[in-house]
Design a protein around this ligand. Structure first.
Ligand SMILES: NC(=O)c1ccc[n+]([C@@H]2O[C@H](COP(=O)([O-])OP(=O)(O)OC[C@H]3O[C@@H](n4cnc5c(N)ncnc54)[C@H](O)[C@@H]3O)[C@@H](O)[C@H]2O)c1
Length: 427
């Protein structure tokens, strides 16, 4: 079993470190946030991620999982250093490497001889080679091992992944990282570092394009009287297409798709390639978000101006099953509603505090409270809790029983029977 340092205790670092401890390794997770580290050492999970809490407690009790402040404290005695640091976008869409550069500067001279740095973060192609130059340590290998987990299902995705990708310049380094995952039953693909880095960006950009494609089809369905759910089901049976990522929505977002597709576009630009298809998918997504807001305003009762109406929004995080608000499409739609002079009250099972830079947004503690006196209600994320609401009670609370279902979560017939005007997406 190996001595492993994990740098960054966010969604990826906390999941990676906790699961590596579960696989039997001796893991130290470092973060710069002292309060976070203290909470984690006390067994308190700082993010919402099903299954993580039990494994974390187990690791702490077994003595093979601990949390420290600062990368050096974790890396000093480790053989593998998993970098799980933020890679936010720069204003031009390229990847901001500040977190990486400063963490590398911090640890490069204290890394034990023959250590392996493992890049788990999503990084632009060429990063491993650049880091190799930056550290100036011939004994230290830099390996790319992108993470494909999806929030809300992170533990399962880590322990039962669709594949493990390892990019390395030497077979020895690749094998040593692969050995860490030997108890995980999946395919391991070994590549060069550039391909491995590109695999991750390509995967996210492709999924984002797939969503844009089905959102475009949803718009077409509305114009020609087809139902996008039937169309998606019909094409999804074809194994060449696959049935996932074919659910239309308000537009994609979250902490990965927007920044990763923009970063890939920047990579292409820098390489002198005009990646028109990806560029179009990004701009079309912005249109979809705008269109969702317009759809809500158009649904308001005749003669009702947005400024004199109240809109109830259900769902604020970027999807159901997470507490992550980063680049949430729900928030973008709500911003557009504000720009259209709408007044919005919102409920989300994971959010109970005001949202930064959205002082106009009223957050309620139940969906019924959000619906109180509302002229329209919009479903922005697909929590089962929203499908299970008592819609008779919602109807009684609302001033006008109008539902815009931007996730196609509800059953239109059920709502219409209850007297709602139901507006779905592409149906
Ligand atoms: N969140 C996802 O679903 C997901 C999935 C796959 C890949 N990724 C990628 O993984 C990377 C990390 O994403 P995340 O969502 O876990 O980010 P995050 O913001 O949740 O976590 C990053 C953590 O790193 C800490 N940190 C920053 N600088 C540090 C330093 N010098 N030393 C120690 N800790 C430091 C921060 O305090 C934070 O806790 C990104 O590149 C992201 O694109 C994310």
């Amino acid at each position: 079993m190996a001595d492993i340092a994990v740098i960054g205790a966010g969604y990826v670092g906390l999941t990676t470190g906790t699961c590596l401890a579960h696989l039997g390794h001796n893991v130290t997770i470092a973060d710069i946030d002292e309060i976070k580290v203290q909470k984690l050492n006390e067994g308190e999970v700082t993010i919402f991620e099903p299954g993580l809490s039990g494994l974390l407690t187990q690791g702490i009790e077994n003595g093979n999982l601990k949390f420290v402040v600062g990368a050096t404290s974790a890396s000093r005695n480790a053989a593998f250093h998993f970098l799980c640091l933020p890679t936010p976008p720069n204003p031009d869409g390229s990847t901001n490497m500040e977190y990486f550069s400063s963490a590398i500067e911090e640890i490069k001279d204290i890394l034990p001889p023959n250590s392996v740095i493992v890049n788990k973060s999503t990084l632009p192609v060429g990063t491993a080679s650049q880091l190799k130059k930056q550290i100036q340590r011939t004994d230290v290998e830099i390996v790319s091992n992108p993470e494909f987990l999806s929030e809300g299902n992170a533990v399962q995705d880590f322990l039962q992944p669709s594949r493990i990708v390892i990019g390395a310049e030497s077979q020895k380094a690749a094998s040593s990282v692969a050995a860490l995952f030997k108890d995980i039953d999946t395919t391991t693909q070994i590549t060069g570092t550039e391909s491995s880095e590109l695999i991750k960006h390509t995967a996210n950009a492709f999924l984002a394009m797939k969503l844009t494609f089905i959102n475009e089809i949803a718009t077409l369905c509305e114009l020609v009287g087809a139902n996008v759910l039937d169309v998606a089901e019909g094409i999804g049976y074809d194994p060449r297409i696959g049935s996932t990522y074919l659910r239309p929505g308000p537009g994609w977002g979250g902490s990965c798709f927007p920044k990763d597709s923009s970063s890939l576009l920047q990579t292409a630009n820098k390489a002198g390639f005009d990646f028109e298809l990806l560029e179009k998918a990004i701009t079309l997504n912005q249109k979809h978000l705008q269109r969702t807001a317009q759809k809500v305003v158009n649904a308001l009762p005749q003669g009702k101006e947005p400024e004199n109406s109240k809109i109830a929004a259900l769902g604020l995080t970027f999807k159901a099953g997470t507490d992550d608000l980063r680049s949430s499409p729900s928030l973008t739609v709500i911003e557009h509603l504000f720009n259209l002079n709408g007044r919005v009250s919102a409920y989300d099972p994971m959010v109970n505090l005001p949202i930064e830079n959205m002082s106009k947004l009223e957050i309620t503690s139940t969906a019924y409270e959000a619906a109180n006196n509302a002229d329209a209600l919009v479903i922005l994320t697909e929590w089962q809790e929203f499908a299970d609401l008592n819609f008779e009670r919602i109807r009684e609370a609302m001033r006008h029983p109008i539902v815009v279902d931007a996730r196609n979560l509800l059953n239109p017939q059920d709502l219409e029977l209850l007297g709602f005007q139901y507006i779905g997406l592409g149906q």
